[in-house]
Design a protein around this ligand. Structure first.
Ligand code: ZN
Length: 89
């Protein structure tokens, strides 16, 4: 029997995180603020998805924009080499 009901509650309701930028009432995200942006990328330099960062759609969009801008300005890495990572931080 392969069609067992898949709707099993695993007991980990994702808590509704509120957006870190909405809390601070941030209207624009400064791409020069790489320390703040750094909290929203993985250790490999990837932008965190919204379901993890908990940002709202508006701020996630702004955030992604500023991270990309910061990358272009060489304030943030496009990718992080794991070995280099150890040296840098
Ligand atoms: Zn927000």
């Amino acid at each position: 029997m392969r069609d067992a009901p898949k709707k099993q509650w695993r007991g980990r309701r994702p808590k509704r995180k509120n957006c870190a930028f909405c809390v601070d009432k941030v209207k624009q995200i400064d791409f020069k603020d790489s320390l703040r942006l750094r909290r929203f990328v993985t250790d490999r330099g990837k932008i965190l998805p919204r379901r993890i960062s908990g940002n709202c759609a508006k701020h996630q969009r702004l955030l992604a924009e500023s991270i990309k801008r910061a990358r272009f300005m060489a304030l943030m890495p496009y990718t992080v080499n794991q070995e280099q990572n150890f040296v840098r931080f």
